[in-house]
Design a binder for this molecule. Sequence first.
Ligand code: PRT
Ligand code: ZN
Length: 299
Amino acid sequence: MKATNEVTSGKYDNGGKLKLAIQKSGRLNDDSMKLLKECGIDISNGVNKLKADANNFPLEVFFLRDDDIPQYVEDGVADIGFVGENVVYEKKKKVVEVEKLGFGKCRLSIAVGRNETYTDAQFLQGKKIATSYPVIVQDFLDKNVIKADIHEISGSVEIAPGIGLAEAICDLVSSGSTLFMNGLKEVEVILKSEATLIKNNNLGAAQQQLLDKLIFRIQSVKKAKNNKYVLLNAPNDNLDKIIALLPGMKSPTVLPLATAGWSSVHTVIKESDFWDIIEQLKELGAEGILVVPIEKMII
Ligand code: PRT
Ligand code: ZN
C-alpha cells in the first residue's frame, strides 16, 4: 500500500525503476516470482515476455537465461539479479553478492563410478573430469595441487563416465538420484549453492534506496519462513522452566487460562530449533501445542 502511494505521488520519478534480471524459465523461475509475490510485488508476467513491470513497486523485471544474468548486472543493463551462486562463481563477473534468497539449494560435487575406490582428491590426479563448471573445478584442482584434464560440456554431464569420455564428473546435485541412476557416487562437495541477489558494482543512490526497500522485504519474508508461531498450554508449576526454553521475539506472552493452575504461552521459535524444543516442552507438561506459519516478520 505504502509503495503504491509513493509511486503515484511521483517520489521515484527521478530515480526511475530498479531493473531486476531473473531466470526466464527453469528451476529458479517459479521461486523468483514467488519471492517477489511474497514481498507484495505484483508482476504481470505474460507468456514469452522478455520484460515486465511491477504494478505496485518501481521495478522492471527482465527474463533471461541464468548464465547471462551476471553479465547483464555487471554491464548495468540490469541493476540486480536473482541467480544461483554456482553461476556467479563460475562467471566471475564484477558484481556484488548482497543477500542469499533461500531457494535453489544444491551442491556442486565431484562424482565417480560407484565401484571406484576414492579416498581423497588425489584420485583426480591425471584424470579426465567432465563438467559445465570449468572455472570452479580448476580453482578446486589448483587448491589441492592436482593436475587433471577438464572437459567442458554443457549438458548431460552425468553420462560422461558411462560413454568413456571422463573418469569423473563435477555437476550440480540436489537429491542425488541423477548420479545414482547413472551408476555414479558423490565423493566431494566443492561448493554449496543457493539462489542469491547480486547487484551492479556502481549502483546509483536512487537505485540503492529501492534495493534497500526490496532487501528489507526479502529479509522479512525469509525470517518468517525460518520461524514458527507457537501457542501452548503450560502448567503453572513448570511455567518458569517452559519460558526459559522459549526465547520469543522479545519474551513469550503468558495469559492465564480459565482452568486454574494453567497458562497459555505464545511465542516464536526458529524452525531449526523446533523439534528439540517441542520435545522438551512436552517433557515439562506442555499441552495443546499449536504451530502456526508466519507470513511476514518485521523486527
Ligand atoms: O535455460 P537456463 O540456462 O536459464 O537454465 P539452466 O538449464 O542452465 O538451469 P536450470 O534451470 O537447470 O538450473 C538453474 C539453477 O538452479 C542452477 O544454476 C542452480 O543454481 C539451481 N539448481 C538447484 C539446480 C539443481 N538444484 C539441480 N539439481 N540446477 C540443476 N540441477 C540439475 C543437475 O545439473 C543435475 O542434472 O539436476 C540434476 C541433479 O538433480 P538430482 O536431484 O537428481 O540430484
Ligand atoms: Zn543456464
